[in-house]
Design a protein around this ligand. Structure first.
Ligand code: ASP
Ligand code: MG
Length: 811
């Protein structure tokens, strides 16, 4: 005999219920089977919500009930066979008419008692058992919906009733004497001896299954859910988490206590007592073996730790004082006082000096706990024997659980070593004397990092995936994806991780995929979807993902505005977008607060190593005195042509035709781009200027030139030719050269057309090349010069790629 219990997510749609029927049909070919069902996914919560609304005197409980009724009606229409449909519909309607009456009563009395709530909530399982049984019959199985109120007898503790074992066992055995029907039993619901409806507590359908398993001496109790089993850690926090093949009952309970909510904890007891294996299986992937929970699970060569769990948002309270040393009974008084105030304690730790005891509680228990302790120790406090109670909030408890810790030395040492290397400060430690759990308290902000570090160390990281979230799949973005795709295999081999694209956004919105697409497919995946998500969703996903790198290849101010959120969440940001690093000084300082996380090499001179070089000089103690740069490839080209004798307008036209300029060349001629770049360089040198401090002299005279239409502009441009020819001749007569040069010293930054001596580094530049010349204490007699092609999508992408690799290894 096997008991198969299906949770709400396995019953959320008619299609899901059909796959449940397939699973059950397969099981029946091998064994006798009984089925336990939860309410349809979300229905218990909806019923609870409508009962609360009715109690609050809100009238919308009726439409809410209407939605639930409609959902069941549609399910029956889709699932039941013709012979069955009407009877099942009538029975279902009766169940919800009862709910309507009860809710109406609640709305009149303005109170939902636990007794009434249990009757209302029981409707979810009762209705789902009817639908599931009808679906099974339609699939050719002799299914019979069975109301567990006839099977499970409890006390009158409404909301979470205590099961009376003897009468329960008797009734179950009697009901199952006839082996013919395939029973589809309502989970969660039960009744008192007098027949009053009770429930077994939220999540209690698991419990129903193990009670049946116990009474019927089943060979296995299978809990079918929407995950591949009990995981080594919460996958939302630890992407490398994987399902465990085997687990002990104690380990399962310990993990549940610390927040791994796979199984309703009381359900473990009946199966453990009889040694009935508990299987956690995935309805969505029935072929996956799942987790088998037994008394003595095989260990193989697994690590001493089976799993990690955590409770976030806990408060740590510490009682300290000289008067506690060597005094017996302090702990007893402390915990006695907490118990009297109904404070439940998550974890306890006492220093062996007996000088302090600390314990962790849930946030809403903080004040009751404080009150309890202060009252209990008021006399000691007055006498100066204990200090004021220390209260620390917003912490997380991380628990490492595993039977294997009993036999192996050094597990705790390894844990602390791992956390120390990752910079996680441990606030308190506790190990149960059963040694199957070590709990650590860490700052709430460190929880993810700590979980991932410990998981990597004990379970291996598997193939690590680094997930890119990319904004701006334009020229640079596409070139980047192509370059990443071409290096994919080498990265896995040489660096041990795979770069995948977990999200991509253009100006129309974003698309995400938590698994990640190969870089070669990402653009197609974005293109094929019409329903884009907002950029904020992409950013939120990147902020949550501990393996994320956010990449900005856009020129968008909206994207640039998201960096602070990402950086604060610990997500590295790589950008080719100048807007933020060249934004306000306050913005700049915020970006530089986490220098290893924010990388922007390509904002100046594309892939040329300018930002890195400047940063390295400053980091190693050099003092920069002056930075000069030819930072606009377009303007470099134009004045190189003018030096070669071309008319100014012709040079601009040629630059335009070669694709060096923006569609409207005034963008380049205005000098703004060069101004942003010199501002970034000045800031890197340590001169903290605001954008307004950079004086930019446009190539075009001011005024009317900016008002012309583009055609008008082109028509008038030759008007300027004589003027530029004159300037060029004057420069040449002095042996000098015209360049659009940006410069910065501690006194200020500027950009404009100047004439430089022939031995100036900028005078030797040709074509569109960029140049940066840095003078410093170390480079006093001759500047450090970085020069070369400083524009173009391929080059910029390669610089972004290099920044990504650095962010992964250092960020
Ligand atoms: N339907 C109940 C709940 O949501 C019982 C269960 O699903 O296990 O809590
Ligand atoms: Mg459940």
């Amino acid at each position: 005999m096997r008991i198969l219990k299906f949770g709400g997510s396995s019953l959320s749609t008619p299609e899901r219920i059909r796959s449940v029927a397939d699973i059950v049909a397969a099981a029946r070919r091998a064994d006798r089977v009984a089925v336990v069902v939860s309410a349809f996914g979300g229905v218990t919560d909806s019923l609870l919500g409508l009962a609360r609304a009715a109690a609050a005197g809100e009238s919308d409980w009726r439409p809410r009930l209407g939605e639930i009724v409609a959902r069941h009606r549609e399910a029956l229409e889709a699932l039941a066979g013709d012979a069955d449909r009407d009877a099942a519909a009538t029975e279902t309607a009766a169940i919800f008419e009862e709910v309507e009456e009860l809710a109406h009563g609640v709305s009149l009395l303005r109170e939902a008692t636990p007794r009434t709530l249990d009757r209302i909530l029981s409707a979810g399982e009762r209705a789902s058992s009817l639908a599931v049984a009808a679906a099974f019959r339609a699939a050719g199985m002799p299914a019979l919906a069975t109301d567990a109120r006839e099977l499970i007898v409890t006390g009158a503790e409404f909301g979470a009733a205590r099961v009376l074992e003897a009468p329960t066992r008797e009734r179950i055995r009697a009901a199952f004497e006839d082996p013919a029907p395939l029973r589809v039993v309502t989970g969660f619901v039960a009744a008192t001896e007098q027949g009053e409806t009770t429930t077994l507590g939220r999540g209690g359908s698991d419990y129903t299954a193990s009670i049946l398993g116990d009474a019927l001496d089943a060979d296995a109790v299978e809990l079918w859910t929407d995950v591949d089993g009990v995981l080594t850690a919460d996958p939302r926090a630890v992407p490398a988490a994987r399902a465990l093949a085997a687990l002990g009952y104690d380990e399962l309970l310990e993990l549940s206590h610390f927040g791994a909510k796979v199984v309703h904890p009381p359900s473990v007891h009946p199966t453990r007592r009889r040694g009935i294996p508990l299987l956690i299986k995935n309805t969505f992937h029935p072929e996956v073996p799942g987790t088998r929970v037994t008394a003595d699970p095989p260990r193989g060569d697994e690590t001493p730790i089976r799993g990690l769990a955590s409770i976030r948002d806990v408060t740590l309270l510490r009682l300290e004082g000289d008067g506690m040393v060597g005094v017996p009974g302090i702990a007893a008084r402390l915990f006695g006082a907490l118990a009297r105030h109904r404070v439940s304690v998550i974890m306890i730790s006492q220093a062996s000096s007996e000088h302090s005891i600390c314990f962790a509680v849930a946030p809403d228990a903080t004040e009751p706990a404080r009150h309890a302790v202060e009252e209990e120790f008021a006399a000691e406090r007055r006498a100066g024997l204990v200090d004021a109670l220390v209260v620390e909030r917003d912490l997380s408890v991380i628990a490492a659980v595993g039977e294997g810790m009993r036999e192996r030395a050094g597990v705790a040492g390894r844990l602390f070593g791992v956390l120390g290397r990752r910079g996680v400060n441990v606030r308190a430690i506790a190990q149960g004397s059963s040694e199957i759990n070590i709990s650590l308290v860490v700052g709430g902000g460190d929880e993810r990092r700590a979980l991932n570090a410990v998981h990597d160390a004990f379970f291996g990281a598997g193939e690590r995936r680094v997930r890119l979230y990319l904004a701006g799949p334009g020229g640079v973005g596409r070139a980047l994806l192509a370059q990443v795709a071409a290096r994919e295999a080498e990265l896995v081999k040489e660096r041990g991780y795979r770069l995948v694209v977990a999200g991509l956004a253009d100006s129309r919105g974003a698309r995400m995929d938590p698994e990640g697409w190969p870089a070669s497919e990402a653009v197609a995946r974005l293109k094929e979807t019409e329903s884009r998500e907002p950029l904020a969703e992409l950013v939120a996903a990147a902020a949550r993902d501990p393996q994320a790198v956010f990449v900005d290849c856009s020129a968008s101010a909206d994207v640039a505005a998201t960096y602070p959120l990402l950086l604060a969440a610990g997500t590295p940001v790589v950008t080719a977008n100048k807007l933020r690093p060249a934004g306000s000084l306050g913005d700049w300082r915020a970006l530089r607060a986490t220098p290893a996380r924010f990388r922007f090499e390509t904002t100046v001179g594309a892939a040329l190593p300018v930002v890195t070089t400047m940063s390295d000089l400053v980091a190693t103690g050099d003092e920069i005195s002056q930075v000069d740069g030819v930072l606009s490839g377009t303007l470099a080209y134009v004045f190189d042509e003018v030096a070669n004798g071309r008319r100014f307008s012709g040079a601009v036209r040629k630059a335009h035709d070669l694709g060096y300029t923006e569609p409207d060349p005034r963008e380049d001629l205005g000098g703004r781009d060069a101004g942003r770049k010199i501002l970034i360089l000045a800031r890197l040198a340590g001169w903290e200027f605001e954008p307004a401090d950079v004086s930019i002299e446009p190539v075009l005279p001011s005024g009317k030139w900016n008002e012309y239409s583009v055609e008008e502009f082109w028509k008038r441009l030759p008007d300027l030719d004589d003027d530029f020819e004159l300037r060029q001749r004057e420069a040449a007569s002095r042996g000098e050269r015209l360049v659009y040069l940006a410069s910065a010293t501690s006194a200020g930054a500027s950009a404009g057309l100047v004439s430089v001596p022939a031995d100036h580094p900028a005078a030797t530049l040709r074509g569109t090349d960029s140049l940066v010349a840095i003078r410093s204490r170390r480079y006093a007699s001759a500047p450090l010069v970085v020069r070369g092609p400083g524009a173009g999508p391929e080059l910029t992408a390669s610089g972004v790629f290099a920044d990504i690799l650095r962010a992964v290894s250092e960020g």
